[in-house]
Design a protein around this ligand. Sequence first.
Ligand SMILES: Cc1ncc(COP(=O)(O)O)c(C=O)c1O
Length: 400
Amino acid sequence: MNEINLGARKMSYLKEVQTIADLFKELRVLLGEEASYNQVLSSMCTLPPDIAREIASKYAAINLGDPGLFPQTVQLEKEVLNHLSKLVNAPVNWSGTITSGGSESNLIGCWAARNWSRKVKGINNGKIIFPKSAHVSFEKAADILNLNSDWVSLTEDYQVDIEAVKQSIDENTVGIVGIAGTTGIGICDDIKALSDLAIDHELFLHVDAAYGGTIFPYLDKLGYNSPSFGFENEGVMSVSLDTHKILGSLIPGGSIILRSKEIVETISKNISYLSDSSTKQFTITGTRPGTSVVASWVLLQKMGESYILERIRESLEVTQYLVQKLKVTQKIELVFDPTINIVGFTNTKMQNVDLVKELEKKGWHLSIYSNWIRIVVMPHVTKETIDNFIKDLEILLLGD
Ligand SMILES: Cc1ncc(COP(=O)(O)O)c(C=O)c1O
Protein backbone atom coordinates (compact mmCIF):
# COMPACT_ATOMS: atom_id res chain seq x y z
CA MET A 1 0.00 0.00 0.00
CA ASN A 2 1.47 3.33 -0.93
CA GLU A 3 -1.35 5.37 0.52
CA ILE A 4 -0.63 8.30 2.80
CA ASN A 5 -3.15 9.90 5.12
CA LEU A 6 -2.97 13.58 4.24
CA GLY A 7 -5.18 14.70 7.11
CA ALA A 8 -8.52 15.44 5.50
CA ARG A 9 -7.88 13.15 2.54
CA LYS A 10 -6.05 9.99 1.64
CA MET A 11 -4.00 9.79 -1.47
CA SER A 12 -1.85 7.38 -3.35
CA TYR A 13 1.31 9.35 -3.06
CA LEU A 14 4.49 7.39 -2.66
CA LYS A 15 6.08 7.12 -6.08
CA GLU A 16 9.15 4.98 -5.77
CA VAL A 17 8.59 2.97 -2.60
CA GLN A 18 5.82 0.55 -1.88
CA THR A 19 5.03 1.11 1.78
CA ILE A 20 5.54 3.64 4.52
CA ALA A 21 7.83 1.13 6.21
CA ASP A 22 9.97 1.19 3.04
CA LEU A 23 10.00 4.95 3.13
CA PHE A 24 11.36 4.99 6.69
CA LYS A 25 13.91 2.35 5.69
CA GLU A 26 15.10 4.73 2.97
CA LEU A 27 15.17 7.64 5.42
CA ARG A 28 17.27 5.53 7.82
CA VAL A 29 19.78 5.00 5.02
CA LEU A 30 19.74 8.69 4.06
CA LEU A 31 19.99 10.06 7.60
CA GLY A 32 21.89 7.23 9.28
CA GLU A 33 22.57 7.66 13.00
CA GLU A 34 22.44 11.44 12.66
CA ALA A 35 19.71 11.91 15.23
CA SER A 36 21.11 9.51 17.84
CA TYR A 37 23.56 11.93 19.51
CA ASN A 38 25.66 8.84 20.31
CA GLN A 39 29.07 10.44 19.88
CA VAL A 40 28.04 14.08 20.08
CA LEU A 41 30.19 16.00 22.58
CA SER A 42 29.83 19.40 20.95
CA SER A 43 26.15 20.24 21.25
CA MET A 44 24.16 22.30 23.71
CA CYS A 45 21.05 20.49 22.49
CA THR A 46 20.26 16.93 23.49
CA LEU A 47 17.90 14.01 22.99
CA PRO A 48 14.30 14.98 23.73
CA PRO A 49 12.52 12.52 26.05
CA ASP A 50 10.07 10.10 24.38
CA ILE A 51 7.11 12.10 25.65
CA ALA A 52 8.35 15.18 23.75
CA ARG A 53 8.73 13.12 20.56
CA GLU A 54 5.15 11.94 20.91
CA ILE A 55 3.99 15.52 21.35
CA ALA A 56 5.94 16.47 18.19
CA SER A 57 3.99 14.01 16.11
CA LYS A 58 0.55 14.69 17.66
CA TYR A 59 0.58 18.49 17.68
CA ALA A 60 2.59 19.33 14.57
CA ALA A 61 -0.19 21.48 13.12
CA ILE A 62 -0.32 24.05 15.92
CA ASN A 63 0.84 27.51 14.86
CA LEU A 64 1.34 29.90 17.76
CA GLY A 65 1.87 32.71 15.27
CA ASP A 66 -1.91 32.66 14.86
CA PRO A 67 -3.05 32.73 18.49
CA GLY A 68 -6.74 33.25 17.65
CA LEU A 69 -6.81 29.74 16.17
CA PHE A 70 -5.07 28.03 19.07
CA PRO A 71 -6.23 29.73 22.29
CA GLN A 72 -5.65 26.64 24.45
CA THR A 73 -2.03 26.37 23.34
CA VAL A 74 -1.66 30.10 23.96
CA GLN A 75 -2.75 29.36 27.53
CA LEU A 76 -0.03 26.70 27.84
CA GLU A 77 2.50 29.20 26.47
CA LYS A 78 1.47 31.62 29.23
CA GLU A 79 1.96 28.90 31.84
CA VAL A 80 5.40 27.98 30.46
CA LEU A 81 6.42 31.65 30.46
CA ASN A 82 5.06 32.04 33.98
CA HIS A 83 7.21 29.12 35.08
CA LEU A 84 10.32 30.53 33.36
CA SER A 85 9.65 34.01 34.75
CA LYS A 86 9.92 32.59 38.27
CA LEU A 87 13.37 31.19 37.49
CA VAL A 88 14.53 34.75 36.82
CA ASN A 89 12.54 36.48 39.59
CA ALA A 90 10.56 38.59 37.12
CA PRO A 91 8.62 41.51 38.63
CA VAL A 92 4.79 41.63 38.42
CA ASN A 93 4.68 43.78 35.29
CA TRP A 94 6.86 41.39 33.25
CA SER A 95 6.04 40.29 29.73
CA GLY A 96 7.58 37.65 27.51
CA THR A 97 7.31 35.28 24.62
CA ILE A 98 8.47 31.87 23.51
CA THR A 99 11.00 32.16 20.68
CA SER A 100 12.94 29.86 18.37
CA GLY A 101 15.96 29.90 20.70
CA GLY A 102 18.79 32.00 22.07
CA SER A 103 19.63 33.81 18.84
CA GLU A 104 16.10 35.12 18.37
CA SER A 105 15.78 36.04 22.06
CA ASN A 106 19.07 37.94 21.96
CA LEU A 107 18.00 39.78 18.84
CA ILE A 108 14.75 40.78 20.54
CA GLY A 109 16.67 41.89 23.65
CA CYS A 110 18.94 44.15 21.57
CA TRP A 111 15.95 45.41 19.61
CA ALA A 112 14.22 46.39 22.84
CA ALA A 113 17.43 48.06 24.10
CA ARG A 114 17.66 50.10 20.91
CA ASN A 115 13.98 51.15 20.75
CA TRP A 116 13.64 51.77 24.47
CA SER A 117 16.71 54.04 24.43
CA ARG A 118 15.42 55.82 21.38
CA LYS A 119 12.16 56.49 23.19
CA VAL A 120 13.49 57.33 26.65
CA LYS A 121 16.81 58.97 25.81
CA GLY A 122 16.40 59.99 22.17
CA ILE A 123 19.49 58.04 21.06
CA ASN A 124 19.35 57.29 17.33
CA ASN A 125 22.85 56.11 16.54
CA GLY A 126 23.21 53.67 19.40
CA LYS A 127 26.07 51.52 20.62
CA ILE A 128 25.80 48.33 22.60
CA ILE A 129 28.51 46.76 24.77
CA PHE A 130 29.13 43.02 24.58
CA PRO A 131 31.56 40.84 26.52
CA LYS A 132 34.13 39.12 24.26
CA SER A 133 32.56 35.86 25.44
CA ALA A 134 29.13 36.75 23.99
CA HIS A 135 27.50 34.40 21.47
CA VAL A 136 27.73 35.18 17.75
CA SER A 137 23.98 35.96 17.79
CA PHE A 138 24.92 39.40 19.19
CA GLU A 139 27.15 40.07 16.19
CA LYS A 140 24.14 39.27 14.02
CA ALA A 141 21.83 41.41 16.18
CA ALA A 142 24.10 44.47 16.02
CA ASP A 143 24.35 44.07 12.26
CA ILE A 144 20.60 43.65 11.70
CA LEU A 145 19.69 46.52 14.06
CA ASN A 146 22.40 48.83 12.74
CA LEU A 147 23.87 49.23 16.21
CA ASN A 148 27.52 50.02 16.79
CA SER A 149 29.16 47.53 19.09
CA ASP A 150 32.09 47.32 21.43
CA TRP A 151 33.35 43.88 22.45
CA VAL A 152 35.07 44.29 25.79
CA SER A 153 37.72 42.11 27.40
CA LEU A 154 37.37 39.42 30.03
CA THR A 155 39.11 38.94 33.38
CA GLU A 156 41.39 35.98 34.06
CA ASP A 157 38.28 34.19 35.36
CA TYR A 158 36.61 34.59 31.95
CA GLN A 159 33.99 37.02 33.31
CA VAL A 160 33.40 40.32 31.55
CA ASP A 161 35.78 42.96 32.90
CA ILE A 162 33.51 45.46 34.68
CA GLU A 163 36.13 48.22 34.48
CA ALA A 164 36.37 47.70 30.70
CA VAL A 165 32.57 47.98 30.40
CA LYS A 166 32.66 51.20 32.43
CA GLN A 167 35.36 52.65 30.18
CA SER A 168 33.36 51.81 27.09
CA ILE A 169 30.16 53.61 28.15
CA ASP A 170 29.61 56.87 26.25
CA GLU A 171 26.68 59.15 25.38
CA ASN A 172 25.56 56.87 22.53
CA THR A 173 25.50 53.69 24.57
CA VAL A 174 22.04 52.14 24.67
CA GLY A 175 22.75 48.87 26.36
CA ILE A 176 25.02 46.34 27.99
CA VAL A 177 24.88 42.58 27.63
CA GLY A 178 25.86 40.15 30.38
CA ILE A 179 26.08 36.38 29.96
CA ALA A 180 24.74 33.82 32.41
CA GLY A 181 26.43 30.67 31.11
CA THR A 182 28.92 31.52 28.37
CA THR A 183 28.99 29.35 25.26
CA GLY A 184 32.67 28.57 25.64
CA ILE A 185 32.94 27.71 29.32
CA GLY A 186 29.58 28.19 31.01
CA ILE A 187 30.64 31.06 33.26
CA CYS A 188 28.22 33.62 34.73
CA ASP A 189 29.21 37.28 34.47
CA ASP A 190 28.91 39.54 37.51
CA ILE A 191 25.36 40.58 36.68
CA LYS A 192 24.98 42.60 39.92
CA ALA A 193 27.97 44.80 38.95
CA LEU A 194 26.62 45.20 35.39
CA SER A 195 23.24 46.06 36.83
CA ASP A 196 24.75 48.78 39.03
CA LEU A 197 26.45 50.27 35.98
CA ALA A 198 23.22 50.09 33.99
CA ILE A 199 21.34 51.92 36.73
CA ASP A 200 24.04 54.59 37.16
CA HIS A 201 24.10 55.34 33.43
CA GLU A 202 20.42 54.63 32.68
CA LEU A 203 21.25 51.80 30.29
CA PHE A 204 19.33 48.72 29.18
CA LEU A 205 20.90 45.53 30.54
CA HIS A 206 20.09 42.35 28.62
CA VAL A 207 21.18 39.04 30.16
CA ASP A 208 21.82 36.10 27.85
CA ALA A 209 20.90 33.14 30.04
CA ALA A 210 20.03 30.99 27.00
CA TYR A 211 22.32 28.29 28.34
CA GLY A 212 22.65 28.94 32.08
CA GLY A 213 19.09 30.10 32.73
CA THR A 214 17.77 26.57 33.06
CA ILE A 215 20.79 25.37 35.07
CA PHE A 216 21.83 28.07 37.56
CA PRO A 217 18.51 28.43 39.43
CA TYR A 218 18.67 24.73 40.38
CA LEU A 219 22.29 24.59 41.52
CA ASP A 220 21.73 25.49 45.16
CA LYS A 221 19.31 22.57 45.48
CA LEU A 222 22.15 20.32 44.28
CA GLY A 223 24.65 21.71 46.77
CA TYR A 224 26.41 24.24 44.50
CA ASN A 225 26.21 28.03 44.39
CA SER A 226 23.46 29.55 42.24
CA PRO A 227 24.78 32.83 40.83
CA SER A 228 22.37 35.77 40.73
CA PHE A 229 21.55 36.70 37.13
CA GLY A 230 17.86 37.66 37.07
CA PHE A 231 15.54 40.59 37.71
CA GLU A 232 16.48 40.74 41.40
CA ASN A 233 19.22 42.94 39.92
CA GLU A 234 17.26 46.13 39.29
CA GLY A 235 19.14 47.11 36.12
CA VAL A 236 18.23 43.90 34.28
CA MET A 237 15.65 44.68 31.59
CA SER A 238 15.46 41.40 29.70
CA VAL A 239 16.65 37.80 29.98
CA SER A 240 16.93 35.03 27.36
CA LEU A 241 16.36 31.43 28.49
CA ASP A 242 16.27 28.40 26.18
CA THR A 243 14.07 25.37 26.58
CA HIS A 244 15.82 23.30 23.88
CA LYS A 245 19.07 23.06 25.81
CA ILE A 246 19.43 21.11 29.09
CA LEU A 247 15.68 20.92 29.65
CA GLY A 248 15.47 18.70 26.55
CA SER A 249 12.36 20.30 25.07
CA LEU A 250 11.74 20.24 21.33
CA ILE A 251 13.76 22.30 18.89
CA PRO A 252 13.12 25.19 18.32
CA GLY A 253 12.55 26.43 21.85
CA GLY A 254 13.66 29.54 23.67
CA SER A 255 12.16 32.48 25.49
CA ILE A 256 12.69 36.07 26.41
CA ILE A 257 11.29 37.66 29.56
CA LEU A 258 11.23 41.46 29.75
CA ARG A 259 10.93 43.63 32.85
CA SER A 260 7.79 45.52 31.78
CA LYS A 261 4.95 45.71 29.31
CA GLU A 262 6.05 49.28 28.51
CA ILE A 263 9.39 47.98 27.19
CA VAL A 264 7.58 45.40 25.06
CA GLU A 265 5.39 48.19 23.63
CA THR A 266 8.48 49.71 22.00
CA ILE A 267 8.89 46.65 19.74
CA SER A 268 5.35 45.22 19.36
CA LYS A 269 3.68 45.14 15.96
CA ASN A 270 -0.03 44.83 15.16
CA ILE A 271 -0.98 42.04 12.78
CA SER A 272 -4.43 42.47 11.33
CA TYR A 273 -4.66 39.57 8.86
CA LEU A 274 -4.70 36.75 11.44
CA SER A 275 -7.83 35.10 12.79
CA ASP A 276 -7.76 37.45 15.77
CA SER A 277 -7.24 40.86 14.17
CA SER A 278 -6.07 42.38 17.47
CA THR A 279 -2.97 40.16 17.55
CA LYS A 280 0.29 41.86 18.49
CA GLN A 281 3.69 40.22 18.11
CA PHE A 282 7.25 41.01 19.05
CA THR A 283 8.75 37.74 17.91
CA ILE A 284 10.96 37.82 14.80
CA THR A 285 9.25 34.73 13.41
CA GLY A 286 5.57 34.85 12.50
CA THR A 287 4.54 31.21 12.27
CA ARG A 288 5.78 29.40 15.40
CA PRO A 289 5.53 25.74 16.41
CA GLY A 290 3.18 24.87 19.24
CA THR A 291 4.91 21.50 19.75
CA SER A 292 7.85 23.06 21.52
CA VAL A 293 5.53 24.90 23.92
CA VAL A 294 3.42 21.82 24.64
CA ALA A 295 6.57 19.77 25.30
CA SER A 296 8.02 22.49 27.59
CA TRP A 297 4.72 22.63 29.47
CA VAL A 298 4.80 18.87 30.08
CA LEU A 299 8.48 18.88 31.09
CA LEU A 300 8.22 21.90 33.39
CA GLN A 301 4.71 21.62 34.80
CA LYS A 302 3.97 17.91 34.75
CA MET A 303 7.38 16.26 35.16
CA GLY A 304 8.52 19.16 37.24
CA GLU A 305 11.53 20.00 39.31
CA SER A 306 12.72 16.47 40.04
CA TYR A 307 13.06 15.82 36.28
CA ILE A 308 15.31 18.81 35.66
CA LEU A 309 17.25 18.40 38.92
CA GLU A 310 18.07 14.84 37.95
CA ARG A 311 19.26 15.86 34.48
CA ILE A 312 21.51 18.58 35.85
CA ARG A 313 22.82 16.39 38.68
CA GLU A 314 23.74 13.60 36.26
CA SER A 315 25.36 15.96 33.76
CA LEU A 316 27.49 17.51 36.52
CA GLU A 317 28.47 14.06 37.78
CA VAL A 318 29.50 12.91 34.29
CA THR A 319 31.38 16.21 33.85
CA GLN A 320 33.45 15.46 36.94
CA TYR A 321 34.02 11.90 35.68
CA LEU A 322 35.33 13.33 32.38
CA VAL A 323 37.52 15.86 34.20
CA GLN A 324 39.13 13.12 36.32
CA LYS A 325 39.79 11.02 33.21
CA LEU A 326 41.27 13.96 31.28
CA LYS A 327 43.52 14.89 34.22
CA VAL A 328 45.27 11.51 34.04
CA THR A 329 45.42 11.37 30.24
CA GLN A 330 48.95 12.08 29.03
CA LYS A 331 49.44 15.06 26.69
CA ILE A 332 46.13 16.63 27.81
CA GLU A 333 45.81 19.89 29.72
CA LEU A 334 42.57 21.22 31.17
CA VAL A 335 42.08 24.88 30.33
CA PHE A 336 39.79 25.73 33.26
CA ASP A 337 38.03 24.06 36.14
CA PRO A 338 34.45 23.65 34.94
CA THR A 339 31.79 25.39 36.99
CA ILE A 340 28.98 23.59 35.17
CA ASN A 341 28.88 20.98 32.41
CA ILE A 342 31.29 22.50 29.89
CA VAL A 343 34.88 21.29 29.74
CA GLY A 344 37.79 22.85 27.84
CA PHE A 345 41.08 21.11 27.15
CA THR A 346 44.08 21.33 24.93
CA ASN A 347 46.83 18.85 23.97
CA THR A 348 50.58 18.85 23.53
CA LYS A 349 50.79 16.38 20.64
CA MET A 350 49.20 18.19 17.69
CA GLN A 351 47.16 21.25 16.77
CA ASN A 352 43.75 21.14 18.47
CA VAL A 353 42.04 21.48 15.12
CA ASP A 354 43.90 18.39 13.85
CA LEU A 355 42.97 16.42 16.96
CA VAL A 356 39.30 17.32 16.43
CA LYS A 357 39.59 16.14 12.80
CA GLU A 358 41.19 12.84 13.88
CA LEU A 359 38.45 12.30 16.47
CA GLU A 360 35.85 13.09 13.81
CA LYS A 361 37.23 10.18 11.75
CA LYS A 362 36.41 7.96 14.73
CA GLY A 363 32.87 9.34 14.83
CA TRP A 364 33.31 11.89 17.64
CA HIS A 365 31.90 15.39 17.30
CA LEU A 366 33.72 18.07 19.29
CA SER A 367 34.11 21.79 18.77
CA ILE A 368 36.94 24.24 18.99
CA TYR A 369 36.16 27.28 21.08
CA SER A 370 38.71 30.06 21.24
CA ASN A 371 41.97 28.11 21.70
CA TRP A 372 40.63 25.01 23.37
CA ILE A 373 38.59 21.94 22.51
CA ARG A 374 35.15 22.17 24.08
CA ILE A 375 32.98 19.35 25.39
CA VAL A 376 29.42 19.99 26.49
CA VAL A 377 28.28 17.21 28.80
CA MET A 378 24.58 17.09 28.00
CA PRO A 379 22.20 14.41 29.33
CA HIS A 380 22.87 12.11 26.35
CA VAL A 381 26.56 11.87 27.39
CA THR A 382 27.02 9.00 29.84
CA LYS A 383 30.04 7.61 31.71
CA GLU A 384 30.16 4.86 29.11
CA THR A 385 30.35 7.48 26.34
CA ILE A 386 33.24 9.11 28.20
CA ASP A 387 35.07 5.76 28.60
CA ASN A 388 34.79 5.10 24.87
CA PHE A 389 35.88 8.63 24.04
CA ILE A 390 38.93 8.51 26.32
CA LYS A 391 39.98 5.18 24.76
CA ASP A 392 39.97 6.75 21.27
CA LEU A 393 41.66 9.91 22.54
CA GLU A 394 44.48 7.90 24.12
CA ILE A 395 45.05 5.91 20.94
CA LEU A 396 45.49 9.19 19.01
CA LEU A 397 47.69 10.86 21.61
CA LEU A 398 49.84 7.96 22.64
CA GLY A 399 50.39 6.41 19.20
CA ASP A 400 53.34 7.44 16.98
C1 LIG B 1 24.99 31.63 25.61
C2 LIG B 1 24.26 31.36 24.32
N1 LIG B 1 23.41 32.26 23.85
C3 LIG B 1 22.74 32.07 22.70
C4 LIG B 1 22.90 30.93 21.97
C5 LIG B 1 22.15 30.74 20.68
O1 LIG B 1 21.15 29.82 20.86
P1 LIG B 1 20.36 29.17 19.63
O2 LIG B 1 21.34 28.28 18.94
O3 LIG B 1 19.25 28.46 20.30
O4 LIG B 1 19.90 30.27 18.75
C6 LIG B 1 23.79 29.95 22.41
C7 LIG B 1 23.98 28.72 21.65
O5 LIG B 1 24.89 27.96 21.82
C8 LIG B 1 24.50 30.17 23.63
O6 LIG B 1 25.39 29.30 24.10
